[in-house]
Design a protein around this ligand. Structure first.
Ligand SMILES: [Zn+2]
Length: 536
């Protein structure tokens, strides 16, 4: 019999459920209640509390569709060790194995006894409680297996080039096992977004334009909505649209940071996607290319002499001088420069060298975390209460885990799940976005994500495009060049690019001048011959 450890009299909870098939026979709600009342009395237990669901009002066995069943499970969890649950037959409780196991797990965890009269199941005895524990273990096992199967399924789909999740804007579904296709209504809007991005328009300008053109971003969950800066940014970051490889007409499926060749058509060519990621004006400056290349130099205003600190002046190619140069004007202007103040370097050489430096960018897999950690460290030094933030984050992560589990166990329905998850994600995002010196982590991440694209484009880009990248990456005078040894000595990037470029192989940061990254090659050479250099 039920052991009365801590409570003088246990609570009897009767669960009854109406069913269309059962109405004919004597197991009506009243009959179920009467049988439970009699059984409780026979065992010397108090009058039962009844929880009553109407099967006809809700389809299926899902816990979420059975409000009283759900309330009963909450009730036993709120009263651990105090409740005995009675049902008339097991199928009134649940006809779904998973739901049965999950509910038994909850009963077991809250030390709740369970009795089903018709099957003579009595989990109120010590042996019965043990059986319930075993069933609960099965529940946990099956639940884990199910989760594994689901994610395995997703990985397999991705490997086959099939997309997981909501169909991205501009495409429409063609079935579970076939790839999405262009949506004739939305696709022109998608192209418009990409092309405006290639023209260097801001997310806000693009959102305004596509909204004005009548496009809406829609999902089954939220319905048609206006484009925002966030949705535009998400679209121009979604690799689904990008050709898998140069010359490939198929798109890309990304799963767990791995790229797969999609079965769906690419919305943008590989080259277009590189431009979209940079937001450069490649196409639209092309007509002016020839006249401009006479006057534009990538680093003009951004390259300086590492010895005297003066900006190097551009000396253009013209009849008589074959190449363009960046020249140290210290001597001509009457300043002292340890390197003589008159040396120069060819512009194409500097271009080449910076391209090599950029191509040496190998971001570690966890660079986003590394950047974030570094930021938190700085925030801590600045007196921000990072510990409280971390605690709140931990709490939110635990909550997210609980919501996932509750949903997996059928304890909350899809709508509730979506809502709760969105709220938690939002709160987590807010905590993930510390701001230091007016730079947001989000912007740093965005800058970091653009760098590989820039590195890939650098050699093939026009002078104007490279100039734009330079202006984005560097502080004025931020490329410190050694005109004597003809190499890049150090760089001072803009604050958004600094945290990521800090992770570049082959650079180190000046301790006394944070913000400037010195190339190790130059540092070593400079250390070696820094003294005898005065002969120059
Ligand atoms: Zn100089």
């Amino acid at each position: 019999m039920f052991e009365q450890h801590d409570t003088p009299s246990p609570i009897v909870a009767g669960y009854v459920r109406r069913s269309s098939e059962m109405q004919k026979d004597n197991y009506s709600i009243d009959a179920q209640k009467r049988a439970i009342r009699d059984a409780a009395r026979l065992r010397g237990l108090p009058e039962p509390l009844f929880f009553e669901d109407d099967e006809r009002s809700a389809r299926g066995e899902q816990i979420a569709n059975r409000p009283e069943f759900k309330r009963l499970l909450e009730y036993v969890q709120a009263n651990p060790g105090k409740v005995i649950v009675f049902v008339h037959t097991l199928d009134r409780w649940s006809r779904n194995v998973m739901v049965t196991l999950q509910s038994f797990r909850i009963l077991s965890q809250s030390r709740t006894a369970f009795i089903s009269l018709s099957e003579h199941i009595d989990y109120s005895t010590p042996e019965g409680m043990l059986q319930l524990t075993i069933l609960a273990a099965f529940a946990a096992y099956f639940s884990d297996m199910l989760a594994k199967h689901t994610s395995k399924g997703k990985g397999e789909r991705a490997a086959q080039g099939l997309y997981n999740g909501d169909i991205p804007f501009g495409f429409r579904g063609t079935g579970q096992k076939s790839p999405p296709e262009f949506d004739p209504d939305e696709f022109p809007g998608l192209r418009m977004i990409g092309e405006m991005r290639m023209q260097g328009k801001t997310a806000e300008q693009i959102a305004d334009a596509v909204n004005a053109a009548g496009y809406r971003t829609g999902s089954k969950r939220f319905g048609a909505r206006l484009f925002t800066i966030d949705t535009i940014n998400a679209i121009t970051r979604c690799e689904f649209y990008a050709a898998f490889a140069p010359g490939d007409d198929r798109g890309t499926v990304v799963y767990k940071d791995q790229r797969f060749r999609g079965q769906h058509p690419a919305a943008f060519t590989y080259e277009e996607w590189q431009r979209i990621r940079i937001g450069s004006r490649l196409n639209y400056k092309a007509p002016q290319r020839s006249e401009q290349s006479q006057r534009t130099y990538e680093f003009s205003g951004y390259v300086s002499c590492v010895h005297c600190g003066l900006n190097l002046r551009c000396k253009g190619a013209h009849p008589g001088i074959e190449y363009a140069y960046y020249k140290d004007m210290a001597k001509a202007r009457g300043y002292d420069c340890p390197a003589g103040g008159y040396l120069q370097v060819r512009t194409d050489k500097v271009m080449q060298q910076f391209g090599e430096l950029l191509q040496g960018l190998r971001l570690p897999a966890y660079w986003r975390d590394m950047v974030r950690e570094k930021m938190m460290e700085t925030a801590k030094k600045a007196g921000l209460d990072t510990e409280a933030m971390e605690r709140e984050k931990e709490r939110l992560k635990l909550k997210r885990g609980r919501i996932l589990k509750q949903h997996r166990d059928g304890y909350i329905d899809d709508d509730e799940f979506e809502g709760e998850m969105a709220a938690v994600e939002l709160a987590l995002r807010a905590l993930d976005m510390p701001e230091m010196d007016g730079v947001r982590l989000e912007d740093i991440i965005a800058a970091g994500e653009r760098l590989p694209g820039m590195a890939a484009l650098w050699q093939d880009a026009t002078v104007e495009e490279r100039r734009e990248m330079v202006m984005l990456i560097f502080e004025p005078g931020g490329l410190h060049y050694d005109v004597e040894t003809q190499e890049i000595a150090a760089i001072t990037p803009r604050p958004t690019f600094l945290p990521v470029l800090r992770l570049l192989e082959g650079v180190t940061e000046y301790q006394e001048a944070t913000g400037t990254l010195v190339t190790l090659r130059w540092q070593q050479r400079n250390r070696r011959d820094s003294n005898p250099r005065s002969s120059a």
